[in-house]
Design a protein around this ligand. Structure first.
Ligand code: 6R9
Length: 582
């Protein structure tokens, strides 16, 4: 049965040690996420319990128990160790949501290396930037995606091993290595790396306004936050069939698509095929999904197909629904209550940097449609005045969402960028080290989002405090897009902003000036779109390109995206006095 308790009760009597009780954790046990999510679950007598129910394209499917998870993650661990991979090395996983992604994720952690999951739809430039930044030593990929690695490999001196986990070994090139997890001699017990709470675990790249994406580095200690929030907020119980729709290339897909559920020994389903509403409902029906964690864009797409379609399926297995990634509009909450037998999507708010859910509609708490809910027990959250950075006390006033440092799953640094890490903390000393910042309770970690808090303590999201574009719950950095745009032969200068979209909330729109000799045309527009799709990803591809004579700039020559964005959203353009008037 559920052990989540009432929100008020939990806030009053909170301690992170409760996470250890939930996992039945004894002091002195090995703190290694890879082992906790597989070996440890088997050790608790759940080895034959289904861990992963998988469906792919074309009707392919597979089922794996926790025993399988243990043996196959051991195989990846054994193989990688054999290949000379060492604790602390960055190993990238670049695949669709196939079973080997999940096995290798745990296997990499078992040798004490750092997992760098990257979204498989990334094009070669998105991939290159992230592999170069992390000085990644090995990449695990598939036949479908290895071609992109081949194009950039010679520019990546640190990339020693390219491993392909499917297909035909005869088709590999050069020193690429073939690895078939099912054929590797079974390792029953693997000698797991003796990690501790501060051993680095996962490196997720995330986009900011300026510069290239930054790597948010997590540690094995994150498990306490991920397990407890998976238990209390997602309400995961031993007999659940859980479906997290996120891709592990993004943080939701690892914190709650791998670590949270499997640390609790919960069965989860993965659907690795294109989206249609019918396919999703069928998947829930066939697998008797009970807890479903998804994103507003998907929910809006389901809404578009209407409530009648829902009635064609038996979705009575569903018990709890939650959402993350972007603002969940009140209509979506109300609609879900109507069509899913009274179940409403519970909005949750968090970030790559926070590692786990920070603000949420806690089960049992009254849902105010449109609100993100309240801080998780043990999390001190506030909104800070936009100018003074003092906490706002007046209900309804808009400020910056901020958290007191020190929760277990908080990121420990931006990879090799202590300066940017420091800039996320209000009140930080200029020479403060990452380790001091993350434990200093006099500071605030600022999320980069704006919200207000109402008189009942509920948080209401307002928008981002920067120029990052959130398209369908995925963050894309304008700088990365602009840098790629100006590599196109016809483009002189470029600005990328989000424009409103009914389903995806925002899509990318680019404003460009052309080089002499090039004329605006529809053909050129398509060419530019394709150029970005291939280089970066379908997410980063502009849905519209507007040719302009010049871009709005400040006197110092910086492009003012804020101005272009406001035009797109029909908002007040704001203070233009800093704009150049040339
Ligand atoms: C987990 C994840 C984080 C950013 C975050 C904010 C937006 C996330 C939200 C939300 C409104 C919610 N965001 N949850 N906005 N309501 N419930 O999504 O991580 O990819 O790092 O994105 O997404 O802007 O700062 P990440």
């Amino acid at each position: 049965m559920s052990n989540i308790g009432s929100y008020e009760e939990r806030v009053k009597n909170f301690s992170w040690d409760i996470a250890k009780e939930v996992l039945d954790w004894k002091d002195g046990e090995l703190l290694n996420i890879g082992a906790i999510c597989s070996d440890r679950v088997c050790g608790m007598g759940k080895g034959s319990k289904p861990a992963l129910i998988w469906e792919g394209f074309g009707g392919r499917s597979a089922r794996y128990t926790f025993d399988d998870l243990k043996v196959y993650s051991n195989a990846f661990a054994g193989f990688l160790r054999e290949q000379g991979m060492e604790p602390g090395d960055r190993i990238c996983i670049f695949m669709d949501k196939i079973p080997s992604l999940y096995f290798s994720f745990l296997g990499i952690l078992k040798i004490g290396a750092i997992v760098q999951p990257l979204f498989s739809a990334f094009g070669e430039e998105s991939l290159e930037v992230r592999l170069a930044s992390a000085e990644t030593k090995a990449i695990l990929t598939t036949v479908k995606h290895v071609k992109k690695v081949r194009k950039i490999r010679e520019r990546l001196p640190h990339l020693e091993k390219v491993v392909v986990v499917d297909g035909n070994p005869d088709r590999l090139k050069g020193d690429e290595i073939f690895f078939d997890v099912e054929k590797y001699p079974a390792i029953k017990e693997f000698d797991v790396y003796r990690s501790d709470s501060e051993t680095p675990s996962v490196l997720h790249y995330t986009s900011g306004t300026t510069g290239q994406p930054k790597g948010a580095l997590h540690v094995h200690n994150s498990i306490w936050g991920q397990a407890l929030t998976a238990n209390w907020v997602l309400d995961l119980r031993d007999d659940d069939i859980y479906w997290c729709t996120a891709d592990p290339g993004w943080v939701t897909g690892t914190s709650y698509g791998i670590i949270g559920p499997w640390s609790l020994g919960v069965t989860q389903c993965v659907l690795d095929s294109g989206f249609t509403s019918a396919r999703w409902y069928q998947f829930i029906q066939d697998n008797k999904v009970s807890v479903w964690y998804s994103a507003p864009t998907a929910i809006r797409a389901l809404m578009k197909d209407g409530g009648e379609l829902v009635k064609k399926y038996d979705l009575s297995s569903l018990r709890h629904l939650a959402s993350v990634g972007e603002p969940l509009n009140p209509e979506a909450v109300i609609w879900s209550g109507e069509v899913f037998g009274g179940l409403k999507f519970h909005d949750t708010f968090w970030q790559t940097e926070t590692g786990a859910i920070m603000i949420s509609n806690y089960p049992g708490m009254e849902i105010k449609p449109g609100s993100m809910g309240k801080p998780f027990p043990g999390i001190e959250a506030s909104v800070l005045d936009l100018e003074t950075h003092e906490p706002l006390t007046e209900p309804g006033k808009v400020g910056l969402i901020a958290f007191r440092p020190g929760w277990p799953s908080m990121f420990r640094q931006y990879w090799k960028r202590p300066d940017i890490y420091r800039s996320k903390f209000v009140g930080a000393r200029e020479d403060a080290m990452p380790d001091e910042l993350r434990t200093d309770k006099s500071l605030w970690y600022v999320s980069g989002d704006r919200a207000s808090i109402d008189a009942d303590g509920y948080f209401w999201f307002v928008g981002r405090d920067d120029d990052v574009i959130n398209t369908g719950g995925h963050l894309v950095g304008p700088f990365e897009i602009e840098s790629a745009l100006v590599e196109h032969e016809a483009i002189a200068e470029a600005a990328a902003v989000g424009k409103p979209d009914k389903v995806n909330m925002e899509v990318v729109k680019a404003f460009v000036t052309l080089k002499p000799g090039y004329e605006p045309s529809e053909e050129l527009e398509l060419d530019i779109m394709n150029f970005i799709r291939k280089k970066l990803s379908p997410l980063a591809m502009p849905q519209e390109i507007e040719y302009v004579e010049k871009l709005p700039k400040t006197r110092s020559g910086k492009i003012v995206r804020r101005y272009l964005r406001a035009l797109e959203w029909g908002e007040e353009v704001g203070d233009l006095s800093t704009l150049s008037d040339e």
